[in-house]
Design a protein around this ligand. Structure first.
Ligand code: DC
Length: 224
């Protein structure tokens, strides 16, 4: 039996999943995989190449031309789309507005899940997303499901987005999050839901350090 550890972190948009996942990976020397960045990079490719999301063949052909990779640099994770670093561009509004529709496509999910499962075979990892504990790694060592007050989430995301998107409003961000939550939880394919064995972490009133300590206490029993 392998004693490899997989930590699956799922939850709504802007709940602090990536903050927690990165901190855990750093503390434990695990690999961090941001699965949302993969869907965002696919959405960016579709946007740039005018892919019709309703055209099955066009989507399948486009997926064959998409090569994604993660690299760590300056303590940050960078994602490349066909060797171009798109880490900043995938966070901008044109991608944020379309990514949930792209992530709802069966063929897109099949391909991403395949790649994510392959990454999980190599090392101890922390992966965050929407379906990690339910679909990608149903037997993950520790599963955490994150939630927080929607207003607090919108404020956090707004602060994050403002430098790269001057002119953006808090209302727009709130609407975008509400819309994405709706799409993510109601889509037919792998909707966002808590795995039965996932630990709930509501971080509305927690600092990043407090949530890290909470998560570490759940992982520690599995560290040898
Ligand atoms: O976590 P994020 O906001 O970067 O995710 C971007 C989108 O991708 C979000 O609308 C949900 C989707 N997603 C998904 O469907 N499954 C995942 N494992 C990760 C993200």
């Amino acid at each position: 039996m392998s004693n490899q550890i997989i930590i699956a972190i799922d939850g709504y948009s802007s709940c602090g999943k990536s903050t927690l996942a990165k901190a855990l990976a750093k503390e434990l020397h695990f690999i961090y995989v941001d699965s949302g960045a993969m869907y965002r990079a696919v959405a960016l490719y579709f946007l740039r190449n005018n892919i019709n999301l309703n055209d099955h063949n066009e989507v399948v052909e486009a997926l064959k031309n998409i090569h994604l990779n993660f690299h760590s640099r300056d303590y940050k994770t960078h994602i490349t789309l066909n060797d171009e670093d798109v880490s900043s561009e995938i966070r901008q509004m044109p991608v944020s507005e379309r990514v949930s529709s792209v992530a709802a496509i069966h063929e897109v999910r099949m391909e991403m899940v395949k790649q994510q499962q392959r990454m999980g075979k190599i090392k101890n990892i922390v992966m965050d997303g929407r379906d990690i504990g339910t679909t990608v790694f149903p037997t993950a060592t520790v599963k955490i499901f994150m939630t927080a007050d929607p207003k607090v989430r919108a404020e956090r995301r707004y602060k994050e987005l403002l430098p790269a998107n001057p002119g953006i409003t808090l209302e727009e961000v709130f609407e975008n999050l509400a819309h994405r939550d709706y799409q993510d939880t109601t889509r037919a394919e792998s909707p966002l839901r808590r795995a039965e064995d996932a630990i709930i972490l509501d971080n509305t009133d927690l600092t990043p350090d407090e949530q890290l300590l909470f998560a570490l206490s759940k992982v520690e029993p599995f560290l040898s």
